[in-house]
Design a protein around this ligand. Structure first.
Ligand code: PLP
Length: 443
């Protein structure tokens, strides 16, 4: 079986002469043979330029919470674009969006709109440094908080390179990151209370911020151990460190109030993006009034497009729908159906799989019974995941080829789409079994 990617190949050849790797974001490059190009998307489906149709579980890395080209959102956007998209002064719509964020997000008393998750975490970090008068930050291994230099440490590196867990090495994820920044970033394994306590004794008083995803939406959907987020909260208070939750992926997806509503632990500052605008480019950072109140009072933050009408209209429509209707509980119900179906498929074939908990965003890790952190995850069977991703894609189910990336659901994924997905995955798993996959200890 193969997939027709003729037109994609032609586009790839053209694009790679004028765009590095032929794409506008490194993670869209899947290699010379596998990189493909999209034409359109609607509801739960995406079509590539060759006309192949997929049930989409990548959902553009998470933002599409209602479904692609969702009419209620697009109609609101069409309604504003002829009245000026960037006014350069604040619009009523922006105030309305900020009001909704404050009402929905448990720890947000004041908020600013920006354009991307990267901007949101970058600004939150600057505010934390300004508020505390300290420079260091702590982050956890494997977590990606955007593409600014401050947080690109120990993200993509193979976990074997993280060093000993008693003394982790902060590994820059890219050439071009000033070496000196490494002195300001302390990396730790997630869920390791002992490493946290020891590190805080050493650097706590110099640390401005501890930034974390409440659950690792970018890395195996690894959950915090019971009590771990509470420990972070207590320790940050003890050392005068600001706790920043990166809810770029979990916000407006796990619950209307994001992971903070689910886990009941509140951050000082939070970054939001993705599901906030159903795929339109909008983000926000916000938090405690006394902390956010320093923005503009000696603390810089600007943005030509921040709060532009397209983004604000999309967010207002998306958040309005989430508030008014049981959208996320419906997504969760359908996600559970998918998770249960996947579990039975792998059980029937005697394939050991760990499916993470949250039904609207979850990850499959093969050959492991538990994953506490990025180091544990490295023991999972990535070869099998790669084969599976290819095989389901050939049959019309789109997941990321990177096993750390989650399967995401939208409100447009109906029960029938899930049943279709399960049939296609089942077929792929059986075909792989005939070819001898999984190999080794997984089965
Ligand atoms: N934080 C998390 C958890 C993310 O998943 C991402 C993007 O994938 C970012 C930050 C950066 O967001 P953006 O790509 O909008 O800059």
């Amino acid at each position: 079986m193969g997939i027709n990617r003729e037109l994609s190949q032609v586009l790839y050849d053209k694009a790679s002469r004028i765009m590095p790797l032929g794409v506008n974001s490194n993670v869209r490059h899947w290699g010379e043979d596998m990189t493909f190009y999209g034409r359109r998307a609607k509801g739960a489906y995406l079509w590539d330029v060759d006309g192949n149709k997929y049930v989409d579980y990548r959902l553009a890395f998470g933002p599409v919470i209602l479904g692609h080209a969702y009419d209620a959102v697009d109609d609101r956007v069409s309604g504003v674009i002829r009245s000026g998209v960037s006014l350069g002064i604040t619009s009523e719509l922006e105030v309305e969006v900020c009001q909704k964020v404050v009402e929905m997000c448990p720890s947000v008393e004041m908020v600013r709109l920006v354009n991307s998750g990267t901007e949101a975490t970058m600004h939150a970090l600057r505010v934390a440094r300004a508020y505390t008068g300290r420079e260091k930050m702590i982050k956890f291994e494997g977590m990606y908080h955007g593409s600014h230099d401050y947080v690109l440490f120990s993200t993509y590196a193979p976990p074997q390179a993280y060093g000993n867990r008693r003394d982790p090495i902060a590994i820059p994820a890219s050439s071009g990151i000033p070496r000196g920044l490494g002195d300001l970033v302390v990396t730790l394994p997630f869920n390791d209370e002992e490493a946290l306590e020891r590190t805080l004794q050493r650097v706590g008083p110099e640390t401005a911020a501890l930034m974390t995803e409440p659950m690792m939406g970018n890395f195996g959907s690894v959950e915090p151990k019971p009590g771990f987020l509470e420990l972070l909260r207590r320790k940050c208070d003890e050392y005068g460190i600001l706790l920043i939750f990166d809810e770029v992926k979990t916000g407006f997806r796990l619950a209307n109030g994001g992971a903070q509503e689910v886990y009941g632990v509140h951050a000082d500052l939070t970054a939001y993006a993705k599901a906030m605008g159903n795929g339109y480019p909008i983000a926000a950072y916000g938090g405690r009034r006394d902390v956010m109140d320093i923005v503009g009072r000696g603390v810089t933050q600007g943005g030509t497009y921040a709060g532009n009408a397209v983004a604000a209209a999309a967010a207002d429509a998306t958040l309005g729908m989430l508030k008014a209707e049981p959208i996320l509980s419906t997504v969760a119900k359908r996600g559970l159906r998918l998770q249960e179906g996947l579990k039975s498929i792998f059980k029937e074939q005697d394939i050991r799989v760990l499916i993470s908990r949250h039904p609207a965003i979850f990850t499959l890790s093969f050959g492991v019974d538990y994953v506490r952190d990025a180091r544990d995850w490295a023991r999972s069977d990535r070869e099998y995941y790669g084969k599976l991703a290819e095989a389901v894609m050939e049959r019309g189910v789109l997941i990321d080829e990177d096993p750390r990336e989650p399967w995401c659901l939208s409100y447009s994924h109906a029960d029938a789409d899930i049943d279709l997905t399960l049939d296609l995955v089942n077929d792929a798993v059986q075909a792989l079994k005939v070819q001898g996959y999984p190999r080794g200890s997984v089965g």
